[in-house]
Design a protein around this ligand. Structure first.
Ligand code: FES
Length: 387
């Protein structure tokens, strides 16, 4: 018996209310700006090509031979197949709507928790699609806050994702003068934050309870995160260990009630990436006689193509049918879970009150980093982010 999540429709229904919520409380001059950084996703299928083009030509994200020619060629070639996937999840990614809602709810809490730095206003800075980070930075400058917090929305740090966003801000200010009278600071990772861990545990409990009592304790909790090329891992990218830390703490929070494992999804291209792959893991466990699963997207804080298409359609529906899974469910991403909103506001509140302007770990490069932009970028942040 298979259960495909109906998260997309409920997600869109929920976030549909967020837009008016945001407009109703638009702040003209915030004291504190919180820039929520993420890769973003196309809202319409006609944005897919440019989105892929930006990914394929970003050397922080992916390194290809003759990238300036090969990147655009791959983007062009992959566009129809990716457009088809977006059509199958309703025509576009809900990531912007979720981020807007999370940001608005977070700022409402921050205004209560930290009146001294209020009013707070969230901004969205996407790396590959509108609202692009560089455009949002101009908007922030225009609004003239006293302080800007650059808040990575990837709980686990990778140079390919969070690092790319931070490097793009550095590149922007290479071409634009840095606004005077605005203080900058960074929240670069939060993979072990207790409220993030509790949120994931709750999302798992919500699904676990739906399994019959007789088999509930045997359900395999299959944590799944976006994979990374082994080349990046071998440079010393901290992502695999930070994902592992989240997994370990979520299982501890659950009281280690179930068997679990971590697998990696969304590999592209022929080169070796982190393994085992999520689909191979499902197949292998079914062969070992384990036929009940909960998939947990441990590195995504809101629904997007990797959860709604890859996990829900390709694995929980198509693959599960093909290999004879008995029951498979997918834990929702944190989205607007109250614990998650509390996590976001607590992380920022702690940062505003006591936090370092920049984490020393962020200023240290991967041991085998060969990207000169990382070096320049980190030097720049060490000068710009001061208490
Ligand atoms: Fe990690 Fe440059 S690749 S700091």
């Amino acid at each position: 018996m298979l259960h495909r999540s109906s998260l997309l429709s409920s997600a869109l229904k929920t976030v549909g209310t967020s837009v008016s919520l945001r407009f109703n409380s638009t702040i003209v001059k915030p004291k504190t700006a919180i820039l929520m950084l993420n890769m973003g996703g196309p809202q319409h299928t006609d944005q897919v090509h440019d989105y892929l083009l930006r990914i394929m030509t970003d050397r922080d994200m992916i390194q290809l031979p003759v990238q300036s020619r090969l990147g655009p060629w791959i983007a062009q070639r992959r566009t129809p197949e990716v457009q088809k996937k977006y059509k199958e999840i309703g025509g576009g990614s809900p990531i912007l709507k979720w981020t807007e809602l999370q940001g608005q709810l977070m700022c409402n809490e921050l205004d209560r928790k930290c009146p001294e730095s209020a009013p707070h206003k969230h901004y969205v800075g996407f790396r590959y699609v509108n609202p692009l980070t560089e455009d949002t930075l101009l908007q922030i400058e225009n609004d003239g806050p006293e302080r800007v917090v650059l808040f990575s929305q990837y709980p686990q740090y990778s140079c390919a994702t969070s690092g790319s966003s931070f490097n793009s801000i550095f590149s922007h200010y290479r071409q634009h003068s840095l606004p005077k009278n605005i203080k900058f600071s960074i929240i670069d990772r939060w993979s072990t934050h207790p409220l993030l861990i509790k949120t994931f545990a709750e999302r798992i409990r919500e699904e676990l309870i739906k399994f019959g009592e007789a088999k509930r304790k045997d359900v395999v909790i299959l944590f799944t995160a976006h994979s990374l090329p082994l080349k990046a891992v071998n440079r010393g990218d901290p992502y695999p260990s930070e994902v592992g830390a989240s997994v370990h703490l979520v299982m501890k929070e659950l009281g280690n009630t179930n068997p679990y494992t971590l697998a990696w999804q969304s590999k592209v291209g022929p080169l070796p990436w982190l393994a085992p792959a999520t689909d191979d893991t499902i197949k292998a466990y079914v062969k070992q006689g384990r036929k009940n699963f909960i998939l947990v997207p441990i590195a995504f804080v809101n629904e997007h193509i990797e959860t709604l298409h890859e996990l829900d359609i390709e694995y929980c529906d198509e693959l599960a049918n093909e290999v004879g899974v008995e029951e498979i469910r997918r834990a929702a991403a944190p989205n607007d879970h109250p614990l998650f909103i509390e996590a976001l506001s607590s992380i920022v509140a702690d940062h505003l009150k006591n936090g370092q302007a920049v984490n020393p770990k962020f200023l240290m490069r991967c041991p085998m980093c060969v990207n000169p932009r990382c070096k320049d970028s980190k030097n720049w942040y060490s000068e710009v982010c001061t208490q």
